[in-house]
Design a protein around this ligand. Structure first.
Ligand SMILES: [Zn+2]
Length: 243
C-alpha cells in the first residue's frame, strides 16, 4: 500500500457526505474516521440508501417495524459520532441495484449537499478476507454512488431535469474515499476514536447481538504491530482525488 501522509489534513472545514447501503454501515466501515473528522470540525452527513428492513432473525418483526427500529438506531449511533444530518432513501434492503433511478436519486443528494469529500464503499469488493462475502447492497451502493459522482453530478445535461426543474446546479466532488476497499491506499489511525466507534455501534442494538462479543471482536482488530494491552487501530480506504 502506498502511504499518504495525513491525507485528511485539510486546510479548512470540509463538507463530507457518507453514502452507504444500510444503517450501521457507516459505523462498522469507518466509524473511527468519522469521529475523527467531526472532532476536527468537519461537517459530516449520512445518506443511507436502504433502511435495513431485512436484517433480523426475529420472525415477529415486520419489515416496516424493523425499518423504523433501525432508523432510530442509526440516528442514535450517528449522534454518538457527532453526525446530526442523516437521510434515508428507503430502497428495500437486499434488493439494491445500481440502476438509473438510484443513480439519479444519489445525484440529487450530491447536488443538494455539495460535498467536498464523499465516502462510499467498493463495488469491486466481492469478499473481505476469506470469511466474509460482501453484501450485494454494498457493491450496488458503491457502484451507483461512483457513477453519480462522475459524470452525473458534474454535468448538467445528465439527469437534466434536476438542473432544469429542481434548480440543482452541477457539482464536482473533490475527493472520494472508498471504505471496505479491495485495495487500500490510505490508512487512518483511529486508536483514540476506537472507544467512540464502539459506543456508536452499541446503538445498533438490533444488529450486534451480544455487546460483549462485539467488543471482543472489535478490540481484537488491533494492528499487527500492537497488542491487546497496548493496541493501535486503523481504518482503510481507497482515496481518489478528482478535482
Ligand atoms: Zn451493510
Amino acid at each position: 500500500m502506498s502511504e499518504v501522509e495525513l491525507p485528511d489534513n485539510w486546510e479548512s472545514p470540509q463538507r463530507i457526505l457518507v453514502i452507504l447501503a444500510h444503517p450501521d454501515d457507516p459505523e462498522f466501515f469507518c466509524g473511527g474516521t468519522i469521529a475523527r473528522w467531526t472532532l476536527a470540525g468537519h461537517d459530516v452527513s449520512y445518506c443511507l440508501l436502504t433502511c435495513g428492513d431485512k436484517g433480523t432473525e426475529d420472525r415477529s418483526l415486520t419489515p416496516d417495524a424493523l425499518c423504523t427500529l433501525r432508523q432510530g438506531e442509526q440516528m442514535a449511533a450517528a449522534a454518538v459520532l457527532d453526525v446530526h444530518r442523516v437521510q434515508f432513501m428507503d430502497y428495500p434492503d437486499g434488493y439494491l441495484v445500481p440502476d438509473m433511478k438510484l443513480r439519479r436519486d444519489i445525484t440529487r443528494v450530491i447536488r443538494q449537499l455539495q460535498p467536498d469529500v464523499l465516502v462510499t464503499c467498493d463495488p469491486t469488493n466481492l469478499y473481505v478476507r476469506e470469511t466474509y462475502l460482501n453484501h450485494p447492497d454494498h457493491r450496488a451502493a458503491g457502484q451507483a454512488t461512483l457513477d453519480a459522482v462522475f459524470p452525473a453530478a458534474r454535468d448538467h445535461l445528465n439527469f437534466v431535469e434536476l438542473w432544469r426543474d429542481e434548480n440543482l446546479e452541477p457539482h464536482i466532488v473533490r475527493e472520494v474515499w472508498i471504505s471496505l476497499p479491495k485495495e487500500a491506499n490510505v490508512r487512518i489511525d483511529v486508536t483514540e476514536l476506537w472507544e467512540r466507534k464502539l459506543q456508536a455501534l452499541y446503538e445498533h442494538k438490533s444488529q450486534i447481538g451480544d455487546p460483549a462479543k462485539l467488543e471482543e471482536r472489535l478490540r481484537s482488530r488491533h494492528t499487527s504491530d500492537s497488542t491487546l494491552e497496548n493496541p493501535r487501530y486503523e481504518e482503510f480506504f481507497k482515496r481518489l482525488v478528482l478535482g
